[in-house]
Design a protein around this ligand. Structure first.
Ligand SMILES: Cc1cc2nc3c(=O)[nH]c(=O)nc-3n(C[C@H](O)[C@H](O)[C@H](O)COP(=O)(O)OP(=O)(O)OC[C@H]3O[C@@H](n4cnc5c(N)ncnc54)[C@H](O)[C@@H]3O)c2cc1C
Length: 474
């Protein structure tokens, strides 16, 4: 503490108001705790301001435009025009509506929101610095603290983001004009989602990936329809090449890549987008003051209650480890708040779902067939293609499938993978099945509305049981 500084007392101080921090704050407020939520940038964190929400807004808007211009088979002829600045205004409006909602909820639940950068001074004190020079600071004496500082994009050496030529995902989501061409470095989910948006807007997209496929970590049959569609949209891929350097040209940028064997290639475009992953933010907090050290991967390690090695300090969300997803951050936030309030609560999830909002979408939860085998199960696997689903055909999106993985002996659903229309929504039912310990019979005997995509979930379960109606059984 600065000499003469009088610290404000608070039962719970939360650093970072992203999907983890604000949910923890609201839940703690509901449970009657006196909460101080400290944020240096924007309420809602990355997800609401620079990640999930703006990216999905742009994906939906470009889908509307693209589908309208791509529906001649249905007898629809249209020639949509995209006004990028208006699309951006609409997207910003969605973000404002959500962040405004979170602010109101914080207020309604008695959360004290403080603007500024927080750092630990000692085991029970945080100092909050308010922005620029001469803006001052104040201190908070807390009983418990939650670190929810999230993550930031990894920069490739030599490719520092300048917001003009070398762009981060955040810069792309704020574009006011559509670039003619881009080189995208990284074919993970953020790189692929942004590439799809831009290709649908008419940008020439060249993706450069160090590994040998897109969406590392996802099974190849899930990725195949995404790659096929990307190729239809004109997206080009170069695998096994790492971004090595760039130079400015009259028209933009030339990116040089290098293979492991040292072979060089060059790609010219108006702009480069670097999306090679994200790294946890632990360097803004002066963690040394409380004797807390990140692990070798940079994350803060926590137990089943989201507690760090320092007993009264918790960590949630991206800063606390993979998967770096908003819904995982929120779930951890709720648990941390409940534990601090003395409620019986724990991170006892059977599976965390994941979705990739490419075209088509991918949704996964729990174990793959290979993971089930590795874990010692004898898996029963059922699969149903959207090509045999009435609703998928009526929407013009028959690509992809639902796969369900269960334990042959007990019938318990262990996991599922979906690629196709609304996979991000369909995976929720399968997540519930895993979490509730549902069996294949439970899923197959649940009456699903007709005609819907979700009937494919039921049919995949029936297929695993050997009696699917609308596909041949093994
Ligand atoms: C382009 C993009 C798309 C994404 N799409 C999805 C998606 O579709 N689905 C999904 O689940 N996830 C998605 N994510 C990931 C998701 O955004 C993160 O997992 C989520 O935001 C993590 O929440 P968090 O609360 O841990 O951290 P963050 O949202 O990163 O929030 C941390 C907050 O802490 C603040 N902070 C940091 N240090 C300090 C300090 N010392 N003092 C005060 N404040 C501080 C930061 O300003 C920030 O606001 C996406 C990410 C990106 C970049």
């Amino acid at each position: 503490m600065v000499v003469g500084d009088v610290a404000t007392g608070t039962e719970l101080a939360i650093v970072g108001a992203g999907s983890g921090g604000y949910v923890a704050a609201i839940r703690a407020g509901q449970l009657g705790l006196d909460v101080t939520l400290i944020e240096e940038d924007a309420i809602g964190g990355v997800c609401l301001n620079y990640g999930c929400i703006p990216s999905k807004a742009l994906i939906s808007a470009t889908d509307v435009a693209h589908e309208a211009g791509d529906a001649e088979e249905m007898g629809v002829y249209a020639d949509p025009e995209v006004q990028m600045d208006e699309m951006k205004t609409w997207k910003d409006g969605v973000v404002d509506q959500l962040t405004g909602g979170v602010e109101n909820l914080c207020e309604a639940n008695g959360v004290n929101v403080v603007e500024g950068r927080a750092e630990f001074v000692d085991e029970n004190t945080l100092r909050v610095a308010h922005g620029g020079e001469g803006q001052g600071s104040e201190s908070y004496e807390f009983e418990h603290a939650i670190v929810a500082t999230g993550s930031r994009p990894i920069e490739v050496p030599g490719f520092e983001f300048d917001g003009e030529t070398v762009l981060s995902s955040r810069d792309v989501l704020d574009l006011e004009t559509i670039p003619d061409s881009v080189v995208v470095v990284g074919a993970g989910y953020i790189g692929m989602e942004l590439s799809t948006v831009l290709a649908k807007l008419g940008t020439d997209v060249q993706v450069v990936e160090m590994l040998d496929d897109v969406l590392p970590g996802y099974e190849s049959d899930l990725v195949r329809p995404v790659k096929r569609r990307a190729a239809d949209l004109g997206i080009e891929f170069s695998f096994g090449e790492a971004a090595a350097g760039w130079a400015e040209t009259d028209d933009g940028i030339v990116v040089t890549t290098e293979t492991e064997e040292g072979e060089e290639s060059t790609y010219e475009a108006e702009k480069a987008i670097v999306a090679v992953g994200r790294t946890p933010v632990t360097d803004t907090l002066n963690l040394e003051a409380i004797g807390l050290e990140p692990n070798d991967d940079g994350f803060l390690e926590t137990d089943h209650e989201a507690r760090t090695d320092v007993d009264h300090v918790f960590a949630i969300g991206d800063v606390a480890g993979e998967p770096m997803l908003a819904h995982k951050a929120s779930a951890e936030g709720a648990v941390a708040a409940e534990v601090i309030a003395g409620e019986p609560s724990a991170l006892d999830h059977q599976a965390i779902p994941a979705a990739v909002f490419t075209d088509p979408e991918i949704g996964t939860v729990g174990m793959t067939e290979a993971e089930a085998e590795d874990a010692g199960f004898e898996p029963a696997v059922g699969k149903f293609r959207f090509g045999a689903n009435g609703r998928a055909l009526t929407t013009g999106h028959p690509d992809g499938f639902v796969r369900i993985v269960a334990d042959e002996d007990s019938g318990f659903v262990l996991g599922a993978q979906v690629v196709g229309p609304d996979a991000s929504e369909l995976i929720a039912e399968l997540g519930l099945a895993v979490e509730m310990g549902a069996t294949l019979e439970d899923v197959a005997r649940t009456i699903h509305t007709h005609p819907t995509l979700s009937e494919s979930v039921m049919e995949a379960a029936e297929h695993a049981l050997g009696h699917a109606i609308h596909t041949l059984n093994r």
